[in-house]
Design a protein around this ligand. Structure first.
Ligand SMILES: [Zn+2]
Length: 72
């Protein structure tokens, strides 16, 4: 269950996403910081629509497929 924590990086700031961070999940299941998303949005970058938002922990809990990966 803890396998993905500390492994996913925000594609915008390249920082590792911590479980208490507030994140957004876009329609292609990219996880990024909510703050980073907002910043990109503010400067007019084209971003995909958001599917869900909340703490990383909550997103992980809801979308269990994040726990499944090529590694066992
Ligand atoms: Zn970020």
């Amino acid at each position: 269950m803890s396998s993905v924590f500390g492994k996913i990086r925000c594609p915008i700031c390249s920082m590792k996403i911590k479980r208490q961070d507030r994140v957004v999940l876009d329609v292609i299941h990219t996880v990024m910081h909510q703050e980073c998303y907002n910043q990109e949005y503010m400067v007019g970058k084209s971003l995909l629509p958001i599917k869900d938002a909340g703490s990383f922990r909550k997103i992980m809990y809801i979308y269990e497929f994040f726990r499944e990966g090529p590694q066992t």
